[in-house]
Every structure is written in C-alpha cells, then in structure tokens.
Write a protein that binds this ligand. Structure first.
Ligand SMILES: NC(=O)CC[C@H](N)C(=O)O
Length: 259
C-alpha cells in the first residue's frame, strides 16, 4: 500500500520536526520537512501531501505568544490553502507548539481559519514545565486515537504556555461534541487538575482536543518522543510493548491510506 506523504511543517524555531518525521516513518508514512517559506513562495503546495503535522518547538522564539506569529503567518498568507486541506478531510496534527498554532488560527476547535475561540495560556506555575504526564484517552471520533479510548498513556510534556482555556459556552460545546481527546490524569486514569499531574492548570484537565470531524487533533504532550523505554521511570512496573505515542501516527497513516 502506498505510503502517505506527510508535510512536516517547520519554520524558524521549530525543534521537534525530525523526531516527528521519524515517528511518521516508523508508522509507515513518507515524511517531508517543509519550511513555511517554501509554501509561501509556491515552491511546494499542501495538496501534494496527505497528512499535515505542525511539530513542537519555539516558532519565532515564542515572541508575542507561543505559536502566535506562525498562526498569523498561516492565516495571512496560506488561509485558503490550509482551509482547503482541512475541508478535503485530510488528517492534521498539531503537537505542543503545533497545537498552539492550530488554536491561534481557529482550526481548533472549529476547523475554521479565523474562528478563534480558545487559547493556551502560561502555565499556572509561571515557568516552563518539562515532565512525564499521564493522559487518559477519551472516547471520541478522533481518527488519531482509534482503539485507544480508556487507555492511560505516558507522554513527555515540555511547555511554558500549555494551559487550555476558553469561555463556558465553547467548553460546553467541546464537551458535548466529544472533542476532548486527552485529559491529564493520575496513573490510574482519574482526570486531575492537581499539579504536577496536570502541569499547567488546564480547564477540565484538557491536554488535547480535536475538531468535530475528529480529523484535526492538537495536544500539548509529545507523542513523538520515542525515548529509550528502558530508561523510562516506570519501565520495571509497566510493560511497554512499543512507544506509547506510535499508535497515534499509525492511525493517521491508516486513515490517509483509506481515503
Ligand atoms: N515543546 C514545545 O513545543 C514548546 C511549545 C512552546 N514553545 C511553549 O513553551 O509552550
């Protein structure tokens, strides 16, 4: 079966592009690092790819707000191309800085460029948090977490502006639409707002959301960090058959191949 071409979008300050590309390679995809300037210059087009991922990092040095300048750049110069990619039903994944970008373009939660309803604020601790976190996977239409509902995954989180926040009406809509995909939890899967299990104080312990179709996903923790699991703090206690994040990439590749 043909390997789906994955656009791994990068710009100045992106720093998780190579491991994100590796994760898609491990999952059976064909990753390509694409600088936003190549899209702006028309040298490459999003239609050439079947999956789009915006990786983690410090795009444009996190000036103004994490992800803000790249979001304004995408909304200002690539709005039609991005909206067309999303409307065509192709999977879109934003990891950490990438999630911040998707929220600040409006592609999350509503999959509509310019419809900005939520934000990711500075952590309650007021500092950069870098730690392992447990995530409970909720039962949602998200195509990236097929088969994972109810599981408790263990990912690395590393961010300064990860606190999910929105107004009561938008939160009610996200909950009713089953768009909350990951919640910070204790090791036995109880959602929690208690630090450090919840490293940033996110509303409703939200660590990641999808759009109503389930084809656009953003999350703050890093599923692409396939660390050497024998160095994992829980290696002895938890049987790791494979990196916890790999199924997310495999599901995206499988979905793109089904299209
Ligand atoms: N690992 C990342 O992508 C970090 C995102 C962003 N730079 C922050 O600190 O919140």
């Amino acid at each position: 079966m043909k390997k789906p071409r994955v656009c791994v979008l990068r710009t100045d300050g992106t720093n998780c592009d190579r491991e994100t590309g590796y994760a898609f390679e491990r999952a059976g995809g064909d990753p390509h690092l694409v600088h936003v300037n190549q899209l702006r210059a028309g040298k490459k087009k999003l239609t050439e790819y079947q999956i789009l991922v915006i990786p983690g990092g410090f795009s444009y040095g996190d000036d103004v707000h994490s992800g803000k300048i790249l979001a304004v750049e995408l909304t200002s110069f690539l709005k039609e191309q991005l909206q067309e990619f999303v409307d065509s039903g192709k999977p879109v994944l934003g990891i950490c800085n990438g999630f911040q970008v998707l929220v600040r373009t409006g592609l999350l939660p509503a999959a509509k460029m310019g419809d900005i309803r939520t934000t990711l604020m500075h952590n309650d601790s007021g500092r950069f948090e870098c730690r392992w976190v447990h995530l409970r996977v909720e039962d949602t239409p998200c195509i990236f977490t097929r088969g994972l509902a109810g599981r408790v995954l263990h990912f690395q989180a590393a961010h300064g502006e990860g606190k999910f926040y929105t107004d009561a009406q938008t939160l009610a809509g996200i909950e009713a639409g089953k768009q909350v995909v990951f919640r910070y939890s204790t090791s036995n899967g109880d959602p929690t707002s208690i630090y450090p299990h919840n490293p940033n104080g996110s509303l409703a312990a939200i660590a990641g959301i999808c759009d109503p179709s389930g084809r656009v996903l953003g999350l703050m923790p890093h599923p692409e960090r396939f660390v050497d699991l024998t160095q994992h703090p829980n290696w002895r206690r938890q049987q790791f058959h494979e990196p916890h994040g790999l199924p997310i990439f495999r599901n995206a590749v499988a979905y793109a191949q089904e299209m």
